[in-house]
Design a protein around this ligand. Structure first.
Ligand code: AGP
Length: 609
């Protein structure tokens, strides 16, 4: 959600270096930003509501710093105002701190601190941390941080400075990701590797309970009772320097939609075995026998990852004949889940850092369940804690609205379904046929991307609509939910997804000539049924966009606009229809001049519950 970046330099560095890191973190939260830097025994702070660019104007033009911490915020406690922006300090301004996460017991801590004379300025939960650390200070910042954190309940990733220890940054993690990096300029800390790409040569991902001390080239990470930084797994950053560059595209979202043909290929390349009509997924670390033992699959995720799971559940049911459901991770966690011996769980998350999904995963692991990860970000919390699973290889996704990671997650699940299906009842001929069809998907997606002008025209036809239903059946039902989610997220329009069949059981009451319905209806086994539902809407003067395959045919007569996608096997139709609903949402939002890459109230990865 929020973003942290800090540097303890070996020499004076331009302040822009930290601001550049902060800018790259902006996709994580962007309602306010702030920077603290130290000059000898004084800490300077500038912070402000608004975007990172707004903060620039408040900084000295020739700002140079040796030590600094910076933050971009997604508000949880307290409105996005100047005073609630991070960094926060203690009453004397001697401790400066930035924080990601939520301090659950902050009210009790604040009350006790106020009773002891501490003065608070903000409405945030974070500010208590600065005061607590100040109270425990006795000459050594890391000791004070360790003692203060013992009193804290909740989640945190923090970076702290103190006036008496110029050059030093102390960082600590519990439940909110932090990474420490070492580079030519000194030691760095960040909540997301993207902030320090190009600055750090080697990185180590902090684990819960770790405390890191950075001081120029010197650094140590305390894990448990030891201080054994050297023994940790340092790794190279696998993110290219160009990740935060949208090239010729006006928005990252469009760039990422257009990248889908290649991204999808990256997910299945090297993982299919045509000869046997099956897939190979080495990262699952499972023996053939283990696959035969599975009698249930549960797919846990949130938002678009959940919806990719909902598509995948159908695929696994159809190909592998295993009873599979997708579950909203935060609901599942609190449902006292039944964890069967032969149930296989997948925690699905683009970022691998979504708190709701992590907590559901941990609940299942605690009950003895087997959980595998389906993630995009290598070495993220879910990837590390599951230790096995499927990387979706979508490349870096920067836009808040997930696009290419949905397609790749569906592909990962499809490959799993094919693999297990071929170990059970799926024939060699059908396996091969599906593999041949997969190979054609990238070109078919390119064809859909080329339909952009037509999709824009369709978006123009509906430009005045303030209410949308997305309606589909079978594989198109979860795609309809995703279409509605995308439109809400980036165009701020009321949109709801329903099964086209369910619509007549209530939602149809709202249909009139101002209410738009988008039917996701490839020519599949439920096409005729969906067509009946479309006519039901039409009979009530509803406006209709039909997204179909092969030909418009009779749909043209009953719809205001029809988008025709290439023909595709029913089970693979979500790989095409999803792209169409993404592009519709994009064009619709762009016609309304919405800030597509930074929609209001959202952040890329939701690291609080
Ligand atoms: C998708 O467009 C959203 N931004 C959101 O629903 C997202 O999919 C969800 O928060 C889950 O994120 P994750 O995949 O990183 O776990």
């Amino acid at each position: 959600m929020c973003g942290i970046v800090g540097i303890s330099g070996v020499r004076k560095l331009p302040g822009g270096l930290l601001m550049e890191g902060l800018k790259r973190l902006e996709y994580r939260g962007y309602d306010s930003a702030g920077l603290a830097w130290q000059v000898h025994r004084r800490i300077w702070i500038r912070k402000k509501a608004g975007k990172v660019d707004d903060l620039w104007g408040d900084l000295p033009e020739d700002l140079e710093l040796r030590t600094g911490i910076a933050h971009t915020r997604w508000a949880t406690h307290g409105a996005p105002t100047d005073v609630n922006a991070h960094p926060h300090t203690d009453s004397d301004g001697r401790v400066a701190l930035v924080h990601n996460g939520v301090i659950d017991n902050y009210r009790a801590l604040k009350k006790a601190l106020e009773a002891r004379g501490h003065r608070f300025l903000s409405e945030t939960d974070t500010e208590v941390l600065a005061h607590l650390i100040a109270e425990h200070l006795n000459g050594n910042l890391e000791e004070a941080v360790a003692l203060a954190l013992r009193e804290v309940e909740g989640t945190y990733g923090i970076a702290v400075m103190h006036v008496n220890e110029p050059g030093k940054i102390v960082a600590a993690r519990r439940g909110s990701p932090l990474i420490v990096g070492i580079g030519e300029d000194g030691s760095l800390v960040a909540s997301d590797a993207v902030a320090i790409v190009g600055r750090a040569d080697r990185v180590v991902h902090l684990e819960d309970g770790d405390i890191a001390v950075l001081n120029g080239k010197e650094h140590e990470v305390r894990r448990g009772s030891g201080q054994v930084t050297a023994a940790f797994d340092w790794s190279m950053l696998d993110i290219p320097l160009t990740v935060a560059d949208k090239g010729a595209y006006p928005h990252f979202m469009l760039k990422e939609i257009m990248e889908q043909p290649e991204a999808l290929e990256d997910c299945f390349r090297g993982r299919i075995q045509r000869e046997f009509g099956t897939a190979r997924l080495g990262g699952l670390n499972m023996r053939p026998r283990d696959f035969l033992d599975i009698d249930r699959v549960r797919l846990l995720g949130c938002g678009t990852s959940y919806l990719a799971g909902a598509v995948g559940a159908r695929m696994i049911g159809e190909l592998a004949r295993i009873e599979t459901t997708a579950e909203y991770a935060p609901e599942y966690r609190y449902s006292n889940p039944i964890v069967g011996k032969n149930t296989l769980f997948f925690a699905i998350s683009q970022s691998g850092e979504t708190a709701d999904t992590i907590m559901a995963m941990r609940e299942v692991i605690r009950k003895g369940g087997k959980v595998l990860g389906i993630v995009n970000r290598v070495a993220s919390t879910i990837a590390r804690e599951t230790g096995a699973g499927i990387y979706i290889h979508a490349g870096f996704e920067y836009a808040v609205a997930s696009t290419k990671t949905m397609l790749n997650t569906m592909m990962a699940l499809f490959l799993f379904a094919l693999l297990v299906g071929r170990m059970r009842d799926l024939s060699l001929a059908r396996g091969r046929q599906l593999i041949d069809e997969i190979a054609l998907l990238p070109d078919k997606i390119r064809e859909i991307c080329a339909l952009r002008p037509q999709i824009r025209e369709a978006a123009m036809r509906f430009a005045e609509a303030e209410n949308f239903y997305y309606l589909g059946r079978g594989y198109s039902y979860p795609v309809s939910l995703e279409g509605a989610l995308k439109l809400k997220e980036i165009a701020y329009v009321h949109a709801e997804g329903y099964s086209a069949a369910e619509m007549k059981h209530g939602p149809i009451a709202l249909i009139d000539d101002k209410f738009a319905s988008i039917f996701v209806m490839p020519r599949d086994s439920v096409f005729n049924r969906t067509f009946t539902n479309l006519q039901e809407v039409r009979a009530r003067q509803g406006t209709v966009l039909a997204i179909t395959t092969r030909e418009a045919g009779e749909l043209a007569q009953f719809s205001d606009a029809v988008l025709v996608l290439p023909e595709v096997d029913e089970i693979l139709s979500p790989f095409l229809t999803t792209v169409a609903v993404q592009l519709f949402a994009y064009e619709f939002a762009s016609l309304r001049n919405c800030p597509i890459d930074q929609p209001k109230n959202l952040a890329k990865s939701v690291t609080v519950e």
